[in-house]
Design a protein around this ligand. Structure first.
Ligand code: PDD
Length: 290
């Protein structure tokens, strides 16, 4: 079997033929940023928002963007033409390949652009109906979590805490307040209101987070963005995770204790239905991006 096609610096190549220099600053320093864009039936979900966030990440690290938003969408379209069905598109831009290793950011380097598509691992029916178990940990990551950086060691170590416990995600608390999870945003439902952590440098502002906020507004669901003390998370009626690959998923146990009634709650079922409806409309649309 030949390897799937991937994008490398403007060319489509079999994934197993792409070679990256060991001097690439992405490899040596984790000096780069990324995006994960879900595609349903060839349609990109919120592509403009994803590429606007990529631009913000690049601005934060002083990396020149090689493409406009329309240019990115066109390049992803070419890749997706070889990957039918629901896909997760991974896009990475690193600072490129300098002549030697030096922490100081070199000027004038051409960035390294890499993209691949793989089948979108959306949650199984069982995960949606039963919810998932999570554990918690102290948020030991850095102070710039709003940058979608490829330097993911903090997130990797956080995720491993739940992997070792056989759980789906690690919910993180910084100084007694909820931030997010290792690769997802977290929502708290209390008394019929959805609570979300502030959109600051302690979390990655998820494109799914923003979509849920918008769906809540349209569906007349109360949604409040504010600091959430750990005690409120522990006393929640419902907890949810969201991400481009998890969509929206109920957390039904945290650190071995049931969340609310221990089953996905009514607010989750409503939000999940709104999300599925949004997805169905997207898949029926004519354009490649919504
Ligand atoms: N992760 N917070 C973190 C730390 C994340 O890594 C992610 C996504 C999110 C949710 O963002 P979005 O809704 O835009 O996917 C929040 C991706 C999917 C990943 O790293 O694979």
């Amino acid at each position: 079997m030949t390897a799937p096609l991937a994008h490398f610096n403007g060319a489509l190549l079999p994934l197993d033929q792409i070679r990256i220099s060991p001097l690439d600053r992405g490899f040596l320093f984790g000096d780069g940023v990324y995006e994960v864009v879900p595609a349903y039936g060839g349609r990109l979900l919120r592509a403009r928002e994803h590429f606007a966030r990529l631009q913000r990440s690049m601005d934060e690290i002083g990396l020149a963007n090689p493409h406009t938003i329309e240019g990115w969408i066109a390049e992803v379209g070419k890749l997706l033409a070889h990957h039918p069905g629901d896909q997760s598109v991974y896009i990475q831009v690193t600072r490129g390949v300098p002549p030697k290793r030096d922490h100081v950011i070199p000027k004038g380097l051409a960035p390294t652009v890499f993209m691949m598509a793989s089948p979108l691992p959306t949650p199984s029916r069982e995960m949606v109906e039963k919810g998932v178990a999570c554990v918690s940990a102290r948020d030991f990551r850095w102070e710039k979590c709003h940058i979608k950086s490829v330097s993911l060691l903090g997130n990797v170590l956080a995720r491993q805490v739940s992997a070792d416990a056989g759980a789906a995600e690690t919910v993180l608390f910084r100084d007694g307040f909820l931030t997010e999870a290792s690769a997802s945003n977290v929502f708290v439902v209390k008394g019929g209101t959805v609570l979300a952590a502030p959109q600051d440098h302690h979390i990655l502002l998820g494109i799914t987070y923003e979509l849920l906020q918008e769906l809540a507004r349209r569906g007349e669901v109360r949604f409040e963005v504010r600091p959430i003390p750990e005690a409120e998370v522990r006393a929640a009626d419902e907890l949810w995770l969201s991400s481009s690959t998890k969509e929206v998923l109920a957390i039904t146990s945290l650190d071995g204790r049931p969340v609310g009634a221990g089953v996905p709650g009514p607010m989750f079922r409503r939000m999940h239905a709104l999300f599925q409806d949004y997805k169905a409309k997207l898949a029926a649309a004519a354009a490649v991006a919504d």
